[in-house]
Design a binder for this molecule. Structure first.
Ligand code: GSH
Ligand code: FE2
Length: 233
């Protein structure tokens, strides 16, 4: 009998610099979609149908300020569930997630790690064999999520990254929620060493000082809060 392998696709939305991740068990065809984008619904629906996958759930890493999720559309057409943190502020969830919760798809699963700081309801999803972690906007490649709005807290994010994500195996691949310069993945070891905000010798004071002085413009697409049908992602 064939052994199930992981089917994995990293998808990109140019307008918001967002990554969407499709994961599936190659035998059972059960699939999960992480951080879908409203405008990319048709692209992702076609892919799911072409690959003959059974979409179990759309997961959100947090309530996004810069794009709207397609999770509601997938729920409507495919009957998939919508899952996000209990602290996400997203009103209509099929399951509210907390630390340690496990989301199964076929023979595989993702485990929830709470990584607040960019927002209160940020979570990361760790693959069962600890080979991949989907960090949303908690840890970005050579960066991290901003902490200047949406209940952001640089001190919380420091703890989430240093005590949570940086305790994962160095070889664990980091798949972020965004990248604004075309990079696709990193690893825990690489970010521990090279992340200019929180890697190397940076301590909490360095990090908080850096984050409190970033003065980033608000995202181009900021337009909603996380309640109701068209919002929530
Ligand atoms: N330049 C981007 C910035 C978007 C932005 O603020 N992204 C958030 C994620 S929702 C963030 O945390 N960015 C961190 C950073 O750019 O360092 C845009 O305008 O779209
Ligand atoms: Fe974000």
């Amino acid at each position: 009998m064939a052994t199930p392998s992981l089917l994995f696709k990293q998808l990109f939305d140019q307008a918001s610099g967002t990554y969407t991740y499709l994961l599936a068990d190659s035998i059972s065809k059960d699939a999960i979609l992480i951080d879908s984008v409203f405008e990319k619904y048709s692209r992702d629906l076609s892919l799911i149908q072409e690959l003959d996958l059974n979409l179990i759930a759309c997961l959100e890493t947090h309530c996004h300020a810069d794009h709207v999720t397609a999770a509601w559309l997938f729920k409507h057409t495919l009957g998939s569930k919508i899952l996000a943190s209990i602290n996400s502020g997203i009103e209509v969830l099929d399951q509210q997630l907390s630390a340690g919760d496990v989301i199964e798809f076929g023979s595989k699963h993702l485990k929830v790690i709470e990584t607040p700081g960019h927002t209160d309801g940020c979570v990361s999803y760790l693959l069962d064999d600890e080979s991949m972690v989907f960090t949303g906007d908690s840890l970005l490649i050579r960066g991290c999520g901003r902490t200047d709005f949406q209940q952001g807290s640089a001190a919380k994010l420091y703890r989430s990254i240093t005590e949570g994500l940086f305790s994962l195996p160095e070889a664990c691949l980091v798949y972020p929620g965004h990248d604004y310069s075309g990079r696709t993945a990193s690893s825990i070891g690489e970010e521990k060493k090279l992340n200019p905000r929180i890697g190397g010798q940076a301590n909490e004071n360095d990090f908080v000082g850096y984050m409190d002085n970033m003065q980033l413009p608000h995202p181009k697409e900021t337009r909603h809060s996380c309640s109701g049908e068209l919002k929530g992602g």
